[in-house]
Design a protein. Structure first.
Length: 242
């Protein structure tokens, strides 16, 4: 069963269900978000190279991008319904693919959908507040505090740890959700789950990684997630029958 929030995000993204694997997510993203989402690949991705890229492209984002050389795998910079999604050319192809999926997920979950909800709830007069073009009124400040709508430019980073691995969403809820949507974009559960069930537990994650073009670490996490969900659903059915 697909979680409701995940189903909403998939529908809102406009990304079609993939028919071949590994998925050409960059092409699919450009088709789904023409002139809205811009994938960017930089060699040696750091906060400094991101800041330098914006300067070189003469794009004034009016946001203090850190200029210290913090390294990360991916980065989303979003504003006014548009986004730049960065990934590191030095990373392996499968790592870049997962990074792109993760950053697309951040755009959908943390920028696009909250803006859509805000405008639906408060109307188009709320748009200048979201875009930081005017300060919110006292009533709007309360609404922002309660609903946690994003204002102005957002910057989301996919951090590296000392070993260079992705800092997965074990702590921050937004990271967990972005990872979950990224898995679904690259390896939809209705395809990945039957496939993983047909394999033995030891070889399964590696073959899942090969088929869907994701890093082994992420494939192992996803395989465990799918099998855990099966056990939970089976347990629920047994309890209901009792």
């Amino acid at each position: 069963m697909t979680e409701l929030w995940l189903k909403e995000a998939l529908e809102a993204s406009g990304l079609a269900h993939p028919t071949s694997f590994p998925r050409d997510l960059e092409s699919d993203t450009e088709d789904a978000f023409p002139e809205i989402v811009t994938p960017v690949v930089l060699k040696g991705l750091t906060s400094a190279t991101v800041a330098s890229w914006f300067t070189q492209m003469c794009i004034d984002i009016d946001y203090p991008v850190p200029t210290t050389p913090r390294r990360f795998r991916g980065c989303m910079v979003a504003n006014k319904g548009r986004a730049f999604l960065f990934r590191d050319r030095n990373d392996k192809e499968d790592e870049q693919l997962f990074t792109l999926a993760h950053e697309v997920s951040h755009f959908v979950l943390d920028h696009m959908l909250p803006r859509a909800r805000a405008l639906k709830k408060y109307g188009p007069s709320f748009l200048p507040v979201l875009d930081a073009l005017r300060p919110p009124t006292h009533a709007e400040q309360l609404a922002l505090a309660l609903d946690q709508f994003p204002i102005g430019i957002q910057m989301e980073l996919m951090e590296r740890d000392d070993s260079g691995f992705i800092q997965s969403g074990n702590v921050v809820q937004a990271e967990r959700r972005a990872d979950r949507l990224a898995f679904e974009l690259l390896a939809p559960a209705d395809i990945a789950y039957p496939y993983i069930k047909s394999l033995d537990e030891e070889r399964g994650p590696a073959q899942l990684a090969t088929l869907f073009g994701m890093p082994l670490q992420q494939a192992q996490t996803y395989a465990q997630m799918l099998m855990r969900r099966e056990r939970l659903e089976a347990s629920s059915v047994v309890q209901f029958r009792r």
